[in-house]
Write a protein that binds this ligand. Structure first.
Ligand code: UD1
Ligand code: MG
Length: 446
């Protein structure tokens, strides 16, 4: 598709009330702007992003995600030309930034829910100017669109609107497709005679209308085109994104119990038959294959295969888990577990554990000496008794039995039994040196 895409992301985002630039606020773990760029790259190889406030931070975040894509960053001359129209102006004479193709799709960077198919449907309209609109019960914050004879007549920003204009419920969605000559002709004619003293992109539409260029409004889905201007809208957009991600997973065959309580992110991939219980959070890049994740478990940046995890387990980044059972209150970090059982209350960090090994309740890998992290390697068919501490770095061979309560400080050879326990002493009647005996025992002794 021969269209250039310009994403506007230079606004101050003052309504977010934050030191973080608006487009870097996250939705499901990814910056808002990430989503617009991701969808734009699906339809064009000529992407332009307009930045100003904290541009280095935003540029770095986006370049980090899209290392192999060609994205051109522009710094808006914000002091001279503020506003969504000003964002497109380059040089002295308000000329538009130069782009590759004859048509330009303009997107706001604060629209994280927009999808490729919707952009394609706008591009496919054969018109010199395509403008997206939607109807809202509560249109506050948006530019109101006056439609006459099914054509756009004018757009009035909220701050410039009279009470009667404010009651109009058809609003500008903020996504447009312009033929190149339209931008070239009309952008230099836009002025800043308005309440905000800004150069509005929307004024191009009014100028076109004056020159009798017909603009048919294209009605779009209001939820997917919502603009995020405040933190409450950010939270709402995240809830919509989650709904979308969960539905995708369920349509693909994942069972979700009480899905509204489940949090997943865009890089979570499910394969085969998976079952996810309520309150589960899966964050970052994760692949979950044929696994059952029980209630309130958290999984971050890890891969699971043919396993059951939780309830209330915490799988921290860097775990590769297969054919394994992890029970409640088990925390894992940077572990390779293959064919393992760890049923209760354990911390297993920086370790490899092989097939057939059983980790008892309360087993801890002591992986940190205050300065460095160390590895624990455990072979096949190892039985580790409850409340054992493994002081890393340590190597435990296969077919090893470790007695409950042992502190393992030395490597263990294949086939060994290991036990480090203080010998038990029973002192008859010792209890009564500290506590009064109950009456029936006193009588018996009398
Ligand atoms: C804009 C539209 C409004 C529409 C709404 C839809 C204008 C004048 N108004 O209003 O009609 O209903 O979007 O969401 O266009 N930006 C810049 N440079 C600037 C100012 C803004 O790049 O100088 C960027 C922002 O980063 C943002 C986008 O443009 O991504 C829109 O700016 P925002 O301030 O959110 O405009 P709205 O008031 O929402
Ligand atoms: Mg906005």
């Amino acid at each position: 598709m021969s269209v250039s895409v310009v994403i506007l992301a230079a606004g101050a985002g003052t309504r977010m009330k934050s030191l973080t630039p608006k487009v870097l606020h996250k939705i499901c773990g990814k910056e808002m702007l990430f989503y617009s760029v991701q969808e734009a790259l699906k339809i064009s190889d000529d992407i332009h992003i307009i930045l100003f406030h904290q541009y280095e931070r935003i540029k770095e975040a986006i370049e980090n995600y899209f290392k192999n894509s060609k994205i051109t960053f522009h710094i808006q001359n914000h002091l001279k030309y503020p506003g969504t129209g000003g964002a497109l102006m380059e040089g002295e004479d308000q000329k538009p930034i130069s782009t590759k193709y004859d048509r330009t799709l303009i997107l706001n960077g604060d629209m994280p829910l927009i999808k490729k198919d919707e952009l394609l449907s706008l591009i496919s309209c054969e018109s010199a100017v395509v403008m997206s609109v939607f109807t809202l019960e509560n249109p506050s914050g948006y530019g109101r669109v006056v439609i006459k004879d099914q054509k756009v007549h004018s757009i009035i920003e909220e701050k410039d609107a009279t009470e009667s204009i404010k009651s109009i419920c058809v609003v500008n969605a903020g996504v447009y497709v312009f033929d190149k000559y339209i931008l070239g002709n009309y952008l230099p004619k836009v002025n800043n005679n308005n309440a905000q003293k800004e150069y509005y992109l929307t004024d191009i539409i009014s100028l076109c209308v004056q020159d009798k260029i017909d603009i048919k409004p294209v009605f779009v889905n209001e939820e997917n085109f919502m603009g995020v201007n405040s933190k409450s809208q950010l939270v709402y957009a995240e809830s919509k994104m989650l709904e979308y991600l969960r539905n995708e997973a369920m349509n693909q065959g994942v069972i979700m119990h009480l899905p509204d309580t489940i949090y997943i992110e865009p890089e979570v991939v499910f394969e085969g038959e998976c079952e996810i219980e309520n309150g589960v959070h899966i964050k970052g890049k994760c692949k979950i294959i044929n696994s059952h994740i029980k209630a309130h478990t958290i999984i971050e940046e890890s891969n699971l295969k043919d396993s059951d995890i939780g309830p209330m387990a915490h799988i921290r980044p860097g775990c590769e888990i297969s054919n394994t059972h992890i029970g409640n209150f088990v925390e894992l970090k940077a572990c390779n577990l293959n064919g393992v059982k760890a049923g209760h209350l354990s911390y297993l960090g920086d370790c490899n554990i092989d097939e057939g090994s059983n980790i008892g309740a309360g087993v801890i890998t002591c992986n940190y000496d205050g300065k460095k992290k160390h590895k624990t390697i455990i072979g096949k068919n190892v039985f580790i008794g409850s409340d054992t501490q493994l002081i890393a770095p340590i190597n435990i061979g296969s077919n090893v039995l470790i007695g409950s309560g042992t502190t393992v400080t030395k490597d263990v050879n294949e086939g060994d039994l290991v036990i480090s326990r203080v010998k038990q002493e029973n002192k008859p009647g010792g209890f009564y040196r500290f506590f009064q005996p109950p009456k029936e025992i006193q009588k018996k002794n009398d």
